[in-house]
Write a protein that binds this ligand. Structure first.
Ligand code: MG
Length: 309
């Protein structure tokens, strides 16, 4: 069990995928491309750009190929795509510019059926195939244990269930393992317990965390995660986000708010707070509304020092 904060963490921007997929608004492809370019300019080196899911189920992501084609190769940025089945993986591979794929394994049968259209066991078999093919293609593989803190349909998820699924997914093969609080029910103690148990079961496995701020515990959870050995945190610019198959799930923790917290704690993320802030204000213009994260809407702190003439 660790309690000290690390010197640095990686932030994985999931706004273009988790953020936009649940929004009623369909953002035009050129705006998505501009958003991802701005995120890269703000210093993000890992960006979940899109997902390869059925366009009828998630129409917001129907332009996955067009977004990636428009981006091309962004120097210094690892682009990732979410895939949930082999058809999606084929599309991701064909797109050509991805460095990473993310796959989700769900802790409960009901949520697994609704989110993936497959049982927990069938879904792990799909991961077996995708993990092998992604490895052969030289892609970085990240698996997410979804609903790792609670299920929207079945309620409490035992820690032992999370560990069992994490172990099964890791034995199949992955380069990183994430625990996701898909519906934003976790608290810092849950974060310590769950990441502690997974770290003990899978020593040396790089750990990543994905928090939604549904109950305002997201940022406290992020701090608990980096003090529990997690070295990669998901967030979305402006705190946009949700899950189309999890009722009431609200946005991810906001990238600029997370960076403010990390900067003030001396934890390096390599991101420019000022550029993130400006990009949130730009995205709010594109979406014609205020986004949930806070720090773009208040005075910078510390206040900028007036330059001598
Ligand atoms: Mg999510």
């Amino acid at each position: 069990m660790e309690h000290a904060r690390p010197r640095s963490v990686d932030i994985v921007e999931v706004g273009p995928r988790d953020g936009l997929q649940n929004d009623r608004q369909l953002l035009p492809t050129p705006v998505k491309i501009a958003l991802i370019r701005r995120l890269a300019a703000a210093g993000l080196t890992r960006i979940e750009a899109t997902s390869f899911v059925h366009p009828k189920r998630v129409p917001q992501m129907a332009d996955a190929e067009a977004v990636l084609a428009g981006l091309g190769d962004l120097p210094g940025v690892r682009l990732s795509g979410l895939v949930l089945n082999e058809r999606g993986f084929d599309r991701a591979l064909a797109a050509g510019v991805l460095h990473e794929i993310t796959f989700a394994a769900v802790t409960s049968e009901t949520f697994s059926q609704r989110n993936q259209g497959a049982s927990v066991r069938e879904n792990l078999e799909t991961w077996r195939t995708i993990s092998r093919r992604a490895g052969e293609a030289g892609l970085f593989r990240s698996i997410t244990i979804a609903a790792a803190f609670g299920c929207p349909f079945e309620g409490e998820v035992p820690v032992a269930r999370v560990v069992e699924l994490a172990r099964a997914a890791a034995e199949i093969g992955t380069d990183e393992l994430s625990l996701a609080d898909t519906i934003g029910v976790g608290t810092p103690r849950d974060v310590e317990d769950r990441f502690g148990a997974v770290a003990e079961a899978l020593p040396g496995m790089p750990l990543r965390a994905h928090f939604h701020n549904t109950r305002n515990t997201g940022y406290a959870n992020a701090d608990a995660a980096i003090r529990s050995g997690v070295r990669a945190l998901d967030s979305s610019l402006g705190g946009i986000g949700g899950c189309p198959f999890a009722p009431e799930a609200t946005g991810n923790i906001g990238t600029e708010d997370l960076v403010y917290m990390l900067d003030r704690a001396g934890v390096r993320s390599g991101l420019s707070f000022d550029e993130l802030r400006a990009t949130t204000l730009w995205l709010e213009e594109q979406m014609s509304r205020r986004l949930p994260a806070q720090t773009a809407h208040v005075s910078p702190f510390p206040p900028p020092v007036a330059q001598a003439a």
